[in-house]
Design a protein. Structure first.
Lengths: 360, 357
């Protein structure tokens, strides 16, 4: 017999080790999956993890890791603040969409004027869009005690409808022959979030992601507000005695994650994507939830997790075209990562024991 | 900045050169928006890919990536294929248009073929099929067979291609059944079985006994089968597993001849930028077998219409036709020009509701 015994205190060693163990377990079971599909598992895993970093065309994939990872990190950092305090913003995808719409709309309003201030205005508008969308569940929760998980999630679908609407109407490219989608911001220099160094993949969104990591780290470790966030998550009663104002905390956490998700959407639409289209969002807001947990809600962990996730995306695509792996297998592989992480997380709070001696 | 950009392009050129040396086969890449098992749009493109492999045997190598989101991810997948030495890349969804153009700029020696778009370049061709010709045949059968006089239509996105299909089906349903009414639901997706099934169920609950779909999965077929007494048409693929009921016929996209011809052109070095829009005549659009659930006389009329479209004696958009707002579109005997059809953003007279804006 094996029993689980609650640890008196969460194990620090395991809280660091679980992400690594989860990645290893994913590799092993992913390998089994690929083998069952008739592919060489070592080659498949190698392609996914090695090829983007050190393969023949790594000069192209490495910058792409930044492009793919930055929005994940940016959103996940925002989410992690709330998650630490037990405030669950599941609707980052919607905030990301609204940030993109606000940002692109602000830029396109100036078209075809060229001026230095257009991009900063777009950045502000993008942040505002995400913030407004996150304030809806925040205010509803503070005022009426609604559940922020449900409200924020449902608002994703509302945002998707708004996205479809503006792609077909308000922001539709007047020179697009009636097809949906906005003008391409990549061909509007004042609004284009171009690479800062050509070929490096570094655009303003990547810079913002790194800045967010640093700020979150400082906030959580050196600032009273960060202490309140951690305290509320770990010991809600103690937090109340310490004078934490829960309403303010909710507004701050949801607001910040909304701003960061909105920024991510804005940097994406003005850079790598270029157009507001019906299919603009590809799930960064949801994947960022995985990234946040994979990174143990710690800023540096999130940064690493974001790039690991980007690696599985890019490596997964390479594995598809080189080895003919089906897309679904790659998605299962990514799903395994979260599954194993949550499973091994158990070991942080519990230890496994042989129960025989104790029963007697 | 200059220097690094030089470096980057040198690196890309180097990558191209090395892969060019390594290859003796023509490499053809396919980028798919859905899974190859969707049973519709992507499934047919993949059949085209397999036909290319079969036709050329050892002389070609094909690669594909499925379920690629439209946007930066598509751009990366295309770049990756080009880097790995693809000579020809088919990008098979409308939303891949700007990414295709972007990647094509970086790889002037690689040929690109974009389905259903309108932007071409020195190394980018576009191709599409005149699905609306098949819709005319469907509309005829639907108008004849409906008893509730309500025809449900699952639209994907309100883009010209889809609006053309709705208009074509409506015009021909109305012609044989003046009381017919179209109910249109926009799913805002090309492939989402759950949403498509919901849309079909809603339409059936509103009294529709014919479901037309411009989405790619077989979910509406399944929903119709469950409801009973509702007929459907296969979309993009034959979907014959639902024949003879509810699926009474289908529009099949047959990309194989085109893919083979274009691959051949790359091999011969005769590839040039083209804008292909073929219909029933050249065989890019096929009408799947009309099942026994359709009365013999209706079947005969439908086949006659198909033949007339094929030999060019009949155009599905022949006047007199008016736009929804009552203004004149086509005079008596006049046929629609391709320019108007390509950018079609209006309903014909009689259709209710508005195109989402």
């Amino acid at each position: 017999m094996i029993v689980l015994e609650k640890r008196p205190q969460p194990s620090r060693a395991w809280s660091f080790a679980t992400p690594l163990v989860a990645v290893l377990a994913t590799m092993v079971f992913g390998g089994v999956l690929f083998a069952v599909l008739g592919k060489n598992p070592v080659e498949a895993i190698g392609t996914i993890f090695w090829e983007p970093l050190f393969g023949e065309f790594a000069f192209y994939y490495r910058p792409q890791l930044l492009v793919k990872g930055a929005p994940l990190v940016l959103i996940a950092i925002g989410l992690s603040l709330g998650f630490r305090a037990g405030i669950w913003n599941i609707g980052a995808e919607g905030q990301y969409i609204m940030g993109a719409i606000f940002g692109a709309a602000a830029g396109l309003a100036f078209y075809p004027l060229e001026a230095w201030y257009i991009f900063p205005v777009m950045v502000f508008a993008g942040a505002l869009g995400g913030w407004v969308w996150a304030m809806i569940p925040a205010i509803l929760k503070v005022r009426f005690g609604t559940n922020e998980i449900l409200v924020s999630l449902m608002l994703v679908y509302v945002a998707e409808q708004i996205l479809a609407s503006v792609s077909l109407g308000l922001l539709k490219n007047p020179e697009g022959f009636g097809f949906p989608g906005s003008r391409n911001l990549q061909s509007y220099p004042s609004a284009y979030n171009s690479e800062l160094i050509t070929g490096s993949g570094m655009h303003w969104g990547v810079v913002a992601a790194f800045v967010a990591v640093i700020f979150a780290y400082v906030l959580l470790n050196r600032h009273l507000l960060g202490f309140h966030i951690r305290l509320t998550g770990e010991a809600p009663r103690a937090a109340r005695f310490a004078g934490v104002n829960p309403a303010r905390l909710i507004l701050f956490c949801l607001g910040t994650s909304g701003v960061l998700a909105g920024l991510a959407g804005m940097f994406e639409v003005s850079g790598p994507s270029g157009v507001v289209s019906i299919d603009f969002n590809v799930g960064y807001g949801f994947t960022a939830i995985i990234v946040a947990f994979l990174g143990r809600l710690h800023p540096l962990g999130i940064m690493l997790a974001g790039f690991l996730m980007a690696l599985t995306y890019i490596g997964g695509e390479i594995a598809q075209s080189q080895l003919g792996l089906p897309a679904a297998a790659i998605q299962v592989f990514q799903g395994m990562l979260l599954f194993f992480l949550l499973a091994f997380d158990l070991l942080t709070n519990y230890r496994i024991r042989a129960a025989r001696s104790e029963v007697a | 900045m200059k220097f690094t950009s030089l470096l980057a392009s040198a690196a890309i050129a180097l990558g191209l050169a090395t892969s060019a040396f390594a290859q003796d086969k023509t490499k053809v890449g396919f980028v798919y928006v859905g899974p190859v098992g969707d049973g519709g749009w992507t499934y047919e493109h993949d059949k085209g890919r397999q036909a290319v492999e079969q036709h050329f045997g050892d002389k070609v190598e094909t690669v594909f990536v499925e379920s690629v989101p439209e946007g930066p991810d598509a751009e990366r997948v295309m770049t990756q294929m080009a880097l790995e030495g693809a000579d020809l890349i088919f990008t098979t969804s409308f939303g891949y248009m700007d990414p295709t153009i972007n990647v094509a700029k970086k790889f002037p020696d690689v040929k690109f073929e974009h389905a259903t778009g309108y932007k071409t370049a020195d190394n980018v061709s576009v191709y599409s099929a005149r699905f609306y010709e098949g819709r005319a045949v469907q509309g005829h059968i639907a108008g004849k067979m409906t008893e509730s006089n309500i025809i449900g239509y699952i639209g994907s996105y309100p883009i010209p291609e889809v609006i053309r299909g709705i208009n074509s089906a409506y015009v021909h349903a109305k012609k044989v059944n003046p009381d017919v009414e179209f109910k249109i639901v926009w799913a805002y997706t090309w492939f989402d079985p759950a949403k498509e099934a919901d849309a079909a169920t809603v339409l059936i609950e509103q009294g529709a006994d014919v479901i037309l779909q411009h989405t790619d999965s077989t979910a509406p077929q399944a929903a119709a089968q469950e409801a009973g007494n509702v007929i459907t048409f296969g979309q993009a693929s034959d979907m014959s597993e639902y024949a003879p009921m509810p699926r009474v016929s289908s529009i099949i996209d047959n990309w194989a001849p085109y893919y083979i011809a274009r691959t051949q052109a790359v091999m011969d070095g005769s590839w040039s930028t083209t804008n292909t829009w073929d219909g029933i005549g050249p065989g890019m659009v096929e009408i799947g077998e009309i099942s026994d659930a359709v009365p013999a006389d209706v079947k005969e009329e439908a086949l006659a219409m198909k033949d007339a479209i094929a030999d060019g004696s009949y155009h599905p958009f022949t006047g007199p036709l008016k736009k929804q707002d009552g203004s004149d579109w086509l005079a008596d005997g006049e046929t629609a020009d391709d320019g108007t059809l390509a950018g079609m953003n209006f309903y014909v007279e009689g259709l209710e509701g508005e195109i989402p804006q």
